[in-house]
Design a protein around this ligand. Structure first.
Ligand code: SF4
Length: 253
């Protein structure tokens, strides 16, 4: 495996025009099905259709036991941008915890039931149905309430680039063209304009660069003693340093 620095150089050297060619060749149009914004059934890696199994229907909003919560990586600066956008949209204050939760992978349940352990990413917060907090659905049509500030992972789904150290959405790629991978999505294969393909390609390249910068920041800022100074059970290491589960930085030694 290449070093993260070498992969970062490769990401910075990606030719956005070639990425756009690949996206155009694969084809994509968002159908607003909500599959990439909602919880999913374990056998359905690309995400279940909007609303399917999202609520038990008893009015209490419980998530069906066979659905996993939506998990999308969000960078620390994106958490703040989404909070600002949500505050402007809804006229109420949004703190870190309203936007992001510790990425659950690798965490266990502590004595109090709260997550415990160390993790290296933030995931977008989810509601009781396991759907992204910022997802809204009207008559089967999904919408993002923070659309202009949505994270890069949302801007670029269902595409990724095949570089070591970049994240791949759940499940195997279903299509590939050059370094571009396409993941399960009902909008694949549809015509896309050159302008939209170029916009997506630029975001895809930016995401690859940001993911590798973040991975390098996490690696370099890792402090195995941070957990001893944490107030809570879970510690999240992001590129800005160790944080409590509510986003509060854990001070240095
Ligand atoms: S932030 Fe918006 S686009 Fe991203 S998962 Fe949530 S609702 Fe979907």
């Amino acid at each position: 495996m290449e070093s993260l620095e070498a992969e970062l150089e490769r990401a910075r050297d990606l030719d956005a025009d070639e990425l756009a060619d690949a996206i155009e060749s694969i084809g994509f149009e968002c159908t607003r099905c909500g599959g990439c914004c909602t919880g999913y059934a374990p056998d359905d890696p690309g995400g279940a259709p909007a609303g399917e199994g999202a609520d038990t229907g008893d009015g209490e909003g419980d998530r069906e036991p066979d659905r996993e919560p939506h998990t999308a990586t969000v960078f620390p600066d994106e958490v703040r941008a989404v909070a600002d956008a949500a505050e402007a949209e809804f006229g109420e204050s949004y703190d870190w915890r309203d936007v992001a939760r510790p990425m659950p992978f690798g965490l266990s349940a502590g004595d109090d039931g709260e997550p415990a352990g160390e993790t290296f990413e933030w995931a977008l917060a989810t509601d009781d149905c396991g759907d992204c907090t910022f997802y809204e659905e009207t008559d089967g049509q999904g919408a993002c309430t923070v659309h202009d500030a949505r994270p890069l992972i949302c801007q670029t789904y269902p595409f990724s680039v095949a570089l070591d150290g970049t994240s791949q959405p759940m499940g195997e790629a279903v299509d590939a063209e050059g370094v571009v991978r396409a993941h399960e999505c009902e909008g694949l294969g549809r015509d896309i304009s050159r302008e939209d393909a170029e916009e997506l390609a630029a975001a895809l390249k930016e995401r690859a660069v940001r993911e590798l910068e973040e991975a390098i920041g996490v690696r370099d800022g890792y402090d195995p003693t941070a957990a001893e100074r944490a107030d809570g059970d879970a510690v999240v290491f992001d590129s800005e340093g160790p944080k409590e589960a509510d986003g509060t930085p854990i001070d240095g030694k």
